[in-house]
Design a protein around this ligand. Structure first.
Ligand SMILES: *Cc1c(COP(=O)(O)O)cnc(C)c1O
Length: 372
């Protein structure tokens, strides 16, 4: 495609690369482990409606979302042969709707379990739930004390129809962090005890990075999100995943600057005389993090081009003096994400993580989904 094909920023999302990443992860699991997919926040900003069918085609049948609204949107697009798990519980009063839609809420308080049982019994619904225990992250999940109480309450446990036991790792992206082992031990202990009472319950602990901690962490279902979308699950080592996004910004003005000048709001950065600048459409309102100003870069003709000065709401200025005249004349756009300039690298310039870069991608881009 030529650069002049688009006048808005163009966000290309490679569904083939996402499918390949899924298969790569499947290949790291034993045959007893199912590979789910976390597609919360519109598949990390990349478009759940396109990505879910691509993963389904590769055999994925366990999808994880954050909210009931996301689950309902997904449910209406998929058949009964998939599990849709809502990771952040169920809103009080919305249990019925949740159960009727066949969504599996992750419950993490005894109160939620009791309400779930009430609804099931009132309606005689076959409605499984997932249960989350806190194995050390101290976010969502039953505390060890609450878990003890649950184990003593056999009727509640039996009536709740817990299908999956979940927990989440806090430090999976730091393989040597002692917290991983501690959480693994906690989760094992909890799951062993629960399985004595509910032998068929499925166990799920690992996110993307957790898969790379080794087989001990895999259990029955893994829950990768970020690695599917190309983020590096093993920071500090070479990224085993394929990059999945390219983002090109159209240039709206190229200008020659003869004398040293300060560029952009606040006049924070000066460029020397005899420079060339390109102002591209796309700014912090489009998820180009303002914290990248003066630090980040774009990419054209196989070369990095520094971002100069502050990023504006709708535009970003690049120093294109490094290009020769012919290259300068020919470019109509500058890429700010591509195979060389990865989401993780951009996150580094912005002082954040790839997850935030992806989920911040704006809504003004033309989006293109690449299948081949
Ligand atoms: C978001 C999330 C995941 C996926 O994590 P990644 O690091 O993106 O693989 C898995 N489990 C839970 C509970 C989550 O909230």
């Amino acid at each position: 495609m030529s650069d002049s094909d688009f006048r808005e920023g163009l966000l290309s999302i490679n569904l083939k690369a996402i499918a390949d990443n899924y298969l790569d992860l499947v290949g790291r699991l034993g045959t007893g482990t199912r590979c789910g997919a976390v597609v919360k926040a519109d598949a990390y900003g990349l478009g759940m409606a396109h990505i879910v069918p691509a993963l389904y085609a590769q055999g994925c049948r366990d999808f994880f979302v954050a909210t009931q609204a996301e689950g309902q949107r997904l449910r209406s697009a998929l058949g009964e042969d998939v599990n849709i798990v809502i990771l952040t519980g169920v809103r009080p009063g919305a249990e019925l709707e949740c159960a009727r839609a066949g969504l599996i809420p992750t419950l993490f308080t005894l109160e939620q379990l009791r309400r779930w049982v009430e609804i099931r019994e009132q309606l005689q619904l076959e409605a499984p739930c997932a249960l989350k225990v806190d194995s050390g992250m101290t976010r969502l999940g039953l505390s060890p004390e609450e878990f003890e109480l649950l184990l003593k309450d056999r009727p509640l446990l039996e009536a709740a129809d817990v299908q999956i036991l979940l927990s989440h790792l806090a430090c999976a992206d730091e393989p040597l962090h002692p917290q991983n082992q501690i959480q693994l031990r906690q989760f094992r202990e909890a799951s062993d005890r629960l399985r004595e009472l509910c032998p068929d319950i499925l166990l799920s602990l690992a996110n993307s990075s957790g898969i790379f901690l080794g087989e001990d962490y895999h259990f029955d279902i893994v829950r990768p999100g970020s690695a599917l979308y190309g983020l590096n699950p093993v920071p500090g080592s070479e990224n085993p995943m394929r990059p999945t996004v390219t983002l090109g910004l159209p240039i709206v003005q190229k200008r020659y600057v003869s004398q040293p000048r300060a560029v952009g709001y606040g006049a924070t950065q000066e460029i020397p005389g005899n420079s060339w600048l390109a102002v591209a459409r796309g700014g912090y309102a489009d998820g180009i993090m303002r914290s990248q100003g003066g630090r980040g870069r774009g990419w054209a003709h196989g070369r990095p081009l520094p971002i100069i000065g502050r990023i504006s709401m709708d535009s970003t200025t690049f120093d294109i003096s490094g290009l020769n005249k012919e290259e300068r004349d020919s470019i109509n756009s500058i890429e700010i994400l591509n195979e060389q300039l990865t989401v993780d690298e951009v996150a580094g310039y912005a002082g954040t993580i790839g997850y935030e870069v992806l989920t911040s991608l704006g809504h003004r881009y033309d989006r293109r989904y690449i299948k081949g």
